[in-house]
Design a protein around this ligand. Structure first.
Ligand code: GTP
Ligand code: MG
Length: 219
C-alpha cells in the first residue's frame, strides 16, 4: 500500500514484476534500471534463476506536489517459490505481469496469470495490474491483442509489447504501472483516509531480512 515518507513527504509506492518462470522479469528490471540510472540489486541467483528477488529504489515523478519514490521488486517465477512470491506481493500497489509471449511460454503464462488472479481476488484492496507482452522478438509470439484474448483481460488493463533484452517497451510499461499506483493512492486517500506514514522507502536489505525472518517463522 502507498505510504507517505514521514520526513520528506514523498509518496512511496511499490511495484512488483510477477510472471511465469523465465518470462524476463529480471531482464526487464535490469533494462529499466539502466534506462532510469537506478541500481538494481539481485539476491541469490542460481543458474540465472531468481531465488529471492531483484530490487530497485527509484525516485521519479511528482504527484499532487509530492515527489514519488518507487520500490520496485521482481519476484521469483518458479512455482516452488510461491510463499516468497506471496510475501513480496503484500503491500504492492501495482503488479506488472511480465508474460512470456513466445510459443513455449504461452501455457506457463496462462498458468501464472491464473495464479496471480486467484491471489488478487482474495485481497481486501487488490493492486492494479499492468501487462507486458514480452519476447516480441521471438517469431510466433502473441502480440498484445492475442495475449489480451488469451488472458481474458478487461479493456482497462494496460498491455505493452516488449523485448526486455533490447529494453524495448520496458519503460513504457513502467510508466503505466506508476500511474496505476498513484491513482490507487489517490483513491485510497479519498475513500479510506489519510495514507499511513513511514520513515523512508524500504531498502533491498531490509526486505530480504524480513522475508528470511518470515520464512523462519513459517517453518
Ligand atoms: N528473446 C528474448 N529473450 C528474452 C527476453 N527477455 C528475457 N529473455 C531471456 O529469457 C531468459 C530469462 O530471463 P529472466 O529475466 O532471467 O527471467 P525471469 O522471469 O527473471 O526468470 P525467474 O527469475 O526464474 O522467474 C534469459 O535468458 C533472458 O535473456 C526477450 O524479450 N526476448
Ligand atoms: Mg528472475
Amino acid at each position: 500500500v502507498a505510504f507517505l515518507d514521514s520526513s520528506t513527504g514523498r509518496l512511496i509506492v511499490r511495484i512488483a514484476y510477477d510472471g511465469p518462470p523465465l518470462a524476463g522479469k529480471t531482464e526487464t528490471l535490469r533494462a529499466l534500471g539502466a534506462q532510469v540510472a537506478s541500481p538494481v540489486e539481485s539476491f541469490d541467483e542460481a543458474y540465472g534463476r531468481t531465488l529471492w528477488f531483484d530490487w530497485m529504489n527509484h525516485a521519479g515523478g511528482i504527484h499532487d506536489g509530492r515527489p514519488i519514490e518507487c520500490e520496485v521488486v521482481a519476484l521469483p517465477g518458479q512455482s516452488s517459490l510461491q510463499a516468497r512470491r506471496n510475501a513480496l506481493l503484500q503491500g504492492t500497489d501495482t503488479v506488472l505481469f511480465v508474460a512470456d509471449a513466445s510459443r513455449p511460454g504461452q501455457q506457463p503464462t496462462i498458468d501464472a496469470f491464473e495464479r496471480l488472479i486467484a491471489w488478487h481476488r482474495v485481497q481486501d484492496m487488490p493492486p492494479g495490474v499492468v501487462v507486458q507482452a514480452n519476447k516480441q522478438d521471438v517469431p510466433g509470439s502473441w502480440d498484445a491483442q492475442a495475449l489480451r484474448r488469451a488472458l481474458h483481460l478487461h479493456a482497462e488493463v494496460p498491455i505493452v509489447e516488449s523485448v526486455a533484452t533490447d529494453a524495448r517497451g520496458v519503460r513504457h510499461a513502467f510508466v503505466f504501472a506508476v500511474r496505476a499506483a498513484v491513482n490507487r493512492a489517490a483513491w485510497l486517500r479519498e475513500h479510506v483516509g489519510p495514507l499511513p506514514t513511514r520513515d523512508g522507502p524500504r531498502t533491498a536489505r531490509q526486505v530480504l531480512h524480513a522475508l528470511k525472518q518470515s520464512a523462519v517463522e513459517a517453518s
